[in-house]
Design a protein around this ligand. Structure first.
Ligand SMILES: Cc1cc2nc3c(=O)[nH]c(=O)nc-3n(C[C@H](O)[C@H](O)[C@H](O)COP(=O)(O)OP(=O)(O)OC[C@H]3O[C@@H](n4cnc5c(N)ncnc54)[C@H](O)[C@@H]3O)c2cc1C
Length: 321
């Protein structure tokens, strides 16, 4: 039983009560928090979210990240996967270094207070807490075994309240308040082959996962597809190619949508995966990046045999207004 105030999203109340329900974008887009209403009714303050159709709503489904309870409810949630042993903390941290990786992407190295420990799993993200009470999500690009500094890759969103300012001047030395680790997009090692798909800075959580898998000596075959607009947007392609040269089990393909550099493939990244893998039934897939890429993967990969429980994703939606 969870008490939820009328103005609080049901997912937020459940998470605050320690119920680790599936979720990703928390903006009503990705559909990860879809659940069945066994009894009772919900409303949505901004109307029916994009991540649920009228038919699904009529069939009794709700998106818990946006839904508000109108009275007592019984909700049947999908699998509750526990992200084990991680404590969510709110901490101050200092931007130790800030380095431009691409014209609109910064690498931030965050230093946590010396007395604090910060445990996380590869693929999780943290929220930067802003002064007005809003928050901005960024994936942790460093792996758990290298947590002395937390690495973030921040893409500038034109007009964005937070990222525009970060890229406008030198932010090294500034203090941030963060909350984390958050999220269920978490890499789990297994014997089966795995495909990673990243779009733009969706590379950040994939980098954490790749480094974790490779540096912990995984025995599985790994195929990594990284999609971006132009060559400069594949900002660590040389690093990844270096890993692939040292790890025979890792294959890397860069995919460019708006350019052709003669090295990377040309097109959309999910289409490159489909072109190379007519049958996905043997694979686990981990995908992170823009909502449109995640939607395209969710729409097309299951038809190629990818089992639903083997598709793991984080959709980089904007924070709700
Ligand atoms: C789980 C998760 C992990 C993420 N990880 C990363 C990461 O590692 N690296 C990274 O670069 N980004 C990541 N993102 C995306 C990142 O959180 C946003 O880009 C960031 O919050 C933008 O903040 P901002 O204040 O600059 O922009 P905002 O001020 O929030 O908005 C930016 C612009 O978009 C418009 N806008 C706002 N909301 C919407 C909307 N719903 N639809 C369309 N336009 C809208 C606004 O009008 C404004 O012009 C992640 C997102 C999620 C959910």
């Amino acid at each position: 039983m969870v008490q939820v105030a009328a103005e609080t999203a049901i997912l937020d109340a459940a998470l605050a009560a320690g119920l680790n329900l599936p979720h990703s974008c928390k903006s009503g887009h990705c559909g990860s928090c879809r659940a069945r209403l066994v009894s009772g009714a919900v409303t949505y303050p901004s109307g029916r979210p994009l991540g649920i159709t009228a038919d699904e709503e009529a069939a009794g489904l709700a998106l818990l990240c946006q839904a508000r309870a109108t009275g007592e409810l019984v909700v049947e949630a999908r699998v509750i996967r526990h992200v084990t042993d991680v404590e969510i903390k709110t901490l101050p941290c200092r931007i130790e270094t800030s380095e431009r990786l691409a014209p609109d992407v910064l690498r931030l190295a965050l230093r946590l207070p010396a007395i604090e420990t910060f445990s996380f799993q590869p693929g999780q993200y943290l929220d930067v807490l802003l002064d007005d009470g809003r928050r901005r999500s960024f994936s942790i690009a460093s792996p758990p075994h290298d947590a002395a500094r937390l690495e973030l890759h921040v893409r500038r969103v034109p007009g964005g309240g937070f990222t525009d300012r970060l890229l406008a001047h030198d932010v090294a030395g500034e203090l941030l308040r963060i909350e984390g680790p958050i999220g269920q997009f978490v890499y789990v090692d297994a014997p089966s082959p795995v495909i990673f798909v990243a779009g733009g800075t969706g590379y950040a959580p994939v980098k954490s996962m790749l480094r974790h898998a490779l540096e912990c000596g995984t025995a599985r075959d790994i195929v990594f597809y990284w999609g971006a607009r132009t060559t400069v947007d594949l900002y660590e392609a040389a690093t990844v190619r270096g890993w692939a040269a040292r790890h025979p089990r890792l294959a890397f393909t860069g995919v460019l949508s708006d350019a052709d550099d003669g090295v990377a493939e040309h097109g959309l990244v999910h289409e490159a995966v489909l072109a190379r893998h007519p049958d996905l039934s043997a694979f686990d897939v981990y995908a992170a990046g823009p909502p449109a890429m995640i939607e395209a993967i969710r729409a097309s990969f299951p038809a190629r045999g990818l089992a639903p429980g083997r598709l793991h994703f984080d959709s980089f939606d904007y924070a709700p207004r």
